[in-house]
Design a protein around this ligand. Sequence first.
Ligand code: HEC
Length: 156
Amino acid sequence: MRLLTFSALLLSAALSAGCASEAESINDSSAEKAPEVVKMSRGKEVYQTNCIACHVSEGKPTIAPPIFAVKNHVMDKYPERADFVKRVAEWIKAPDADDVIMRGAVGKFGPMPPLAHLSDEDAKAVAEFIFDSDMALPDWYAKHYEEEHGEAPKAH
Ligand code: HEC
């Protein structure tokens, strides 16, 4: 229960940060930047305000699987960019417990709550950002993956 309250707090902090940065981006003269750069930075912003509170990118996880582990597992199943983006964009707005890839994570951390407030564009932008970002797998994770799957994780 304590863990739940804590993640709810983190989430609401992340959400209110999200609103603030949305207001800022209205004044952003993004039209001057190349479209790819604008899209990438939007995805990063969505990621930082909506995902990072649960999906840590370094250190050991406490609330949810770390983002590099998420990327690695989803890419094992959806290696093509378009399929990966579609899967992640749909998942975050409405996670489906019957269609989960990271079964072990559900047992360990509980199911991911839906982020229904995200627009389709933001859901797509954050999925693209995760696919396009380089994410190194820390040694402890490689070891953990090998213990769980009997083989070293593939580098994606
Ligand atoms: C409140 C905590 C929380 C937040 C915020 C959160 N997640 Fe999750 N996420 C989880 C947990 C816990 C799991 C593992 C259990 C599960 O898969 O339902 C998970 C699993 C996932 C998975 C794996 C799905 C699968 O098929 O197994 C993806 C992809 C994912 N999250 C992406 C995201 C993205 C992208 C964001 C931000 C837009 C995000 N999550 C925000 C807690 C969170």
